[in-house]
Design a protein around this ligand. Structure first.
Ligand code: DC
Length: 223
């Protein structure tokens, strides 16, 4: 039996996480937050004092990561028995994740870990290369984007709500820097799949985006 996969790729801050989680919930499907796998590896490197210049050590750490995801509520991640949820969303973890994600050897090791999430009754996968590399068979494939300014404002509000005092200019330049790195890397760069549907969420509410994504899912339309 074919297992349906819906992929949502796009730059950071476009709303992929919130939209994917809600869509997975409404469809009753599994959810893969692939960015959190790269983020977990970034944390594992810090925990084990791995030199980020030693690719072999990074690959070994990636191979030996024992990761457990709990997606029943807000995502909770345990790495080698330790709850790493609080560190997962920080800017420094995201920036480190973006750097190690540019290494082909790392992507190769993490590929199967991501494919293993594909299980019945279906999967919603969010990331950068879900529709192009990890699940090329997916249908539909969504490319969710928003302007860099809008993404910076959203991130700013999120951090302020958490009581983290940040500077909007710094956030905008970090977002632009991360976009550039994710788009320009030689392997699995952030590019839309040829058969992807584009959604620009700059002027849309989350609920409007969710409704549009669901309207593209054949299993939802026929439900
Ligand atoms: O989606 P995110 O911000 O949690 O992802 C963190 C970094 O991980 C992102 O800057 C690039 C990398 N990443 C990737 O290369 N491929 C993916 N499928 C998901 C994330």
């Amino acid at each position: 039996m074919t297992i349906p996969v819906l992929t949502i790729d796009g730059p950071s801050g476009a709303g992929k996480g919130t939209v994917s989680r809600q869509v997975a919930k409404q469809l009753g499907w599994h959810y893969l937050d692939s960015g959190s796998i790269y983020r977990s590896l970034a944390i594992a490197l810090l925990q084990n004092n791995v030199n980020p210049a030693q690719v072999g050590d990074i690959v070994n750490t990636a191979r030996n990561m024992d990761l457990a995801f709990d997606c029943t509520g807000e995502l909770e991640v345990t790495l080698n028995g330790i709850d790493i949820t609080p560190q997962l969303g920080t800017e420094s973890t995201g920036n480190m994740a973006s750097k190690i994600a540019a290494l082909p050897e790392v992507r190769q090791v993490l590929l199967q870990k991501q494919k293993d999430f594909k299980k019945l009754p279906g999967l919603v996968a969010d990331g950068r290369d879900m529709g192009t590399i990890v699940f090329p068979e997916a249908n539909p494939k969504i490319f969710l984007t928003a302007s860099a300014e809008e993404r910076a404002v959203r991130r700013y509000k999120q951090l302020m709500e958490k009581g983290i005092d940040v500077n909007i200019r710094q956030i905008t330049s970090e977002i632009e820097e991360r976009d550039r790195r994710d788009k320009e890397r030689a392997i699995a760069p952030l590019v839309p799949a040829e058969d992807a549907f584009f959604i620009d969420s700059s002027a849309m509410t989350i609920n409007e985006v969710i409704a549009q994504v669901l309207s593209l899912v054949p299993q939802h339309r026929s439900a």
